[in-house]
Design a protein around this ligand. Structure first.
Ligand SMILES: Nc1ncnc2c1ncn2[C@@H]1O[C@H](COP(=O)(O)OP(=O)(O)OP(=O)(O)O)[C@@H](O)[C@H]1O
Ligand SMILES: [Mg+2]
Length: 244
């Protein structure tokens, strides 16, 4: 999701566990691995209370807050969560009802973190996404492929902006691959491409057998006699194609 995994992913997991405890089902039900990844990245699960109306809204809201997509919107501390759960219970004990109250009032982060959100790049991101939409349209000669170059000095945010299109690509069941021309690997020709395609092989290898088989045929048809040459630089390919 274009961000590091930190302690707040545990809040997400806890939210998913609560969700299953309360509703008897998982937040997302699909057997398609790619779709599942997409759901967790970008799709909101139905509110717990809409699945079972006996679940109090405030409890449903706590679960939703735990499972917020943006880590900044989740609880930031276990104490903040504990306070809200106790508060809900206290109100219930006193009034016999679960009344709504503002969540996260005592949720004070115990460490300093800089939000990982991108600022002021809406226009550039839109350019990338429009290009992606163009080439993702049904195949015609005109929209076969496109190339975009992103330039800028070190640390200006090139990688950060490119990573922003990860989510929409996964949504359309595409593959997002990347490689970097490292300043210390200048002697390896095409190292960026090699890295990117090794990444792609890893992704393909996690797919179902039928799909893998179809990839094997497509790649063999394309590479033919050259397969071994490519395997020499992308060893993972041998797992897909078999010994050449
Ligand atoms: N628009 C932005 N808003 C907030 N943070 C940003 C933004 N752009 C970049 N950053 C942050 O700045 C840091 C450097 O960005 P990034 O790694 O994308 O730079 P880069 O151009 O790829 O650098 P390099 O040339 O070294 O690869 C990252 O931590 C990134 O999250
Ligand atoms: Mg970079």
């Amino acid at each position: 999701m274009n961000r590091l995994v930190d302690w707040r992913s545990d809040f997400y997991s806890l939210g998913a566990s609560f969700y299953e405890l309360l509703t008897g089902q998982l937040p997302f039900t699909t057997n398609d691995l790619m779709e599942l990844v997409y759901c967790h990245l970008a799709k909101e699960p139905p509110q717990a209370t809409t699945i079972n109306t006996e679940i109090p809204i405030v409890i449903s809201n706590i679960v939703a807050k735990l499972m917020a997509k943006n880590a900044e919107d989740r609880y930031q501390s276990a104490l903040g969560l504990k306070h809200d759960l106790e508060q809900a219970y206290l109100i219930y004990k006193e009034t016999g009802e679960f009344t709504n109250f503002e969540l996260g009032k005592r949720d004070i982060p115990d460490r300093f973190t800089i939000p990982e959100k991108l600022y002021g790049r809406e226009c550039e991101i839109k350019t990338l996404l429009t290009a992606f939409d163009r080439i993702a349209k049904p195949f015609t000669e005109l929209n076969r492929s496109e190339m975009i170059l992103v330039a800028g000095y070190s640390g200006v945010g090139k990688t950060a902006i490119i990573n922003e299109i990860h989510r929409p690509i996964v949504q359309k069941k595409g593959y997002f691959i990347k490689g970097k021309y490292d300043q210390f690997q200048r002697n390896i020709p095409l190292s960026g491409f090699v890295q990117a395609f090794r990444d792609l092989m890893q992704q393909l290898l996690s797919e179902k057998d039928a799909q893998l088989h179809s990839w094997k045929n497509k790649i063999l048809a394309e590479l033919g006699e050259q397969s071994q040459v490519i395997i020499d630089v992308i060893p993972e390919l041998e797992e897909i194609l078999g010994k050449q």
